[in-house]
Ligand binder design. Structure first.
Ligand SMILES: Cc1ncc(C[n+]2csc(CCOP(=O)(O)OP(=O)(O)O)c2C)c(N)n1
Ligand SMILES: [Mg+2]
Length: 382
């Protein structure tokens, strides 16, 4: 079965269906207006530029700390987020840093009521400054926002799936139709808590969608040492829930499969898994780039980077007549690492948006040293 197809485990009391597209017709990508389709492309550029810009800032000595690149995995981020409603919940982890500011981006990049973090907040978090959600108390993705419906990220892989199940349960009791998307690397699917959390969601038919970002590597461990089968979506079989497979390089395929899962969940049918097949272009973090170049075969890396999600989306949009070839050729970020890419490879509004976040973060002060002992215990002394 090809990566662009999807499968459904037969459910109790429903007709057996080998392929989910029969039981749950696709909400086709063509439902997106041409403007929306172009916005999808713009968001791919934005996610890529976030990565490129942070690496450049670090090289210039204006930023310290470890960066966890989502280069080559941007279609997973944009494709999973684009069709969500503002009140839906997400639970991103280390590989999904752009998700914090890309949630509900469709409602307007500068919409003050947007249900996502601002670019300024996220950049301040990366720089460890006082204006960040974490106020420099922890690094990178270890943030969240109850108000924006973003579950706080932690280091414990798969650890937020039970939290997501709790959030979904609470919303269900309140009569809300929100779905909860959790992001997980394929490596985290071997964790006990992954299974306990999804099982609970399946038993209670909770609208929890588990995204598996199968980028083939968990630090230095290849996917075949995490799971004996090819498709991590088959993990769904053990819970009696649907397991969809998306081509993680094709943002519109990810969108389609996630929309199926969302429809399924909003229909009261419960959780599902969407495996997005992709490839980690660089090291686990930038501290691991040199080692990763040794522990991964060069041919595999070359092949894994060959289908750049920006190029795949452009080709689709040109063939669909939404983008002219001339427009597609205006910005050529695809296939370029941070050291080769320049600002001209990205739309000017994308560059300006990021620049605003970076400048805000650099100007933002460090938190006062006295804050170090605060908010560990209740501040009212009880
Ligand atoms: C429970 C747990 N075990 C180990 C780690 C250390 N660790 C952090 S990221 C990582 C690799 C994760 O791989 P994967 O889940 O495939 O996600 P990816 O980094 O590839 O996106 C490991 C082992 C951790 N954070 N939590
Ligand atoms: Mg992985």
């Amino acid at each position: 079965m090809g990566a662009s197809e999807c499968m459904l485990t037969p459910q109790k009391g429903t007709a057996a269906a080998a392929d989910a597209s029969e039981a749950y017709p696709l909400l086709p990508r063509h439902d997106l207006s041409p403007e929306d389709q172009l916005e999808v492309l713009r968001q791919l550029y934005l996610a890529r530029y976030f990565d490129v810009r942070l690496i450049k800032e670090k090289k210039k000595g204006r930023l310290t700390g470890t960066l966890y690149s989502s280069h080559n995995q941007e279609a997973v981020l944009v494709g999973t987020l684009f069709g969500l409603r503002p009140d839906d919940w997400i639970s991103p982890i280390h590989r999904d840093m752009p998700a914090f500011f890309m949630k509900d981006l469709r409602s307007g990049w500068d919409n003050p009521d947007r249900m996502g973090m601002t670019i300024e907040e996220v950049c301040a978090q990366v720089w460890g400054k006082a204006d960040s959600p974490g106020r420099a108390r922890d690094n990178w993705s270890h943030i969240g926002s109850k108000a924006k419906h973003i579950i706080h990220s932690t280091s414990m892989l798969a650890g937020t799936i039970p939290v997501a199940a709790g959030v979904a349960y609470a919303d269900k009791l309140d009569g809300n139709e929100n779905v909860v998307l959790t992001y997980n690397g394929e490596g985290s699917t071997a964790q006990g808590v992954f299974h306990e959390g999804i099982n609970f969601a399946a038993v209670h038919k909770l609208p929890v969608i588990t995204i598996i970002e199968n980028n083939q590597w968990a630090y230095g461990t290849p996917a075949n040492l995490e799971y004996p089968l090819e498709d991590f979506a088959r993990r769904a079989d053990g819970f009696g829930i649907p397991g969809f497979i998306a081509d993680g390089q094709d943002v519109f395929d990810v969108y389609d499969k996630v929309m199926q899962a969302v429809e399924f969940a909003r229909g009261g049918n419960g959780p599902s898994i969407v495996e997005c097949k992709t490839f980690r272009a660089y090291g686990h973090g930038d501290h691991d780039d040199d080692r990763a170049a040794k522990y991964r075969p060069a041919a595999e890396v070359e092949q894994g980077r060959a289908r750049d999600p920006i190029a795949v989306a452009k080709r689709y949009l040109v063939e669909a007549g939404v983008l002219s070839q001339k427009e597609a050729d205006m910005h050529m970020a695809e296939g370029k690492g941070a050291s080769q890419a320049s600002d001209e490879d990205f739309p000017a509004d994308v560059v300006a948006y990021l620049k605003r976040g970076v400048e805000f973060a650099i100007k933002s002060p460090l938190p006062a040293a006295e804050e170090g002992g605060m908010w560990v215990f209740r501040e009212d002394g009880r």
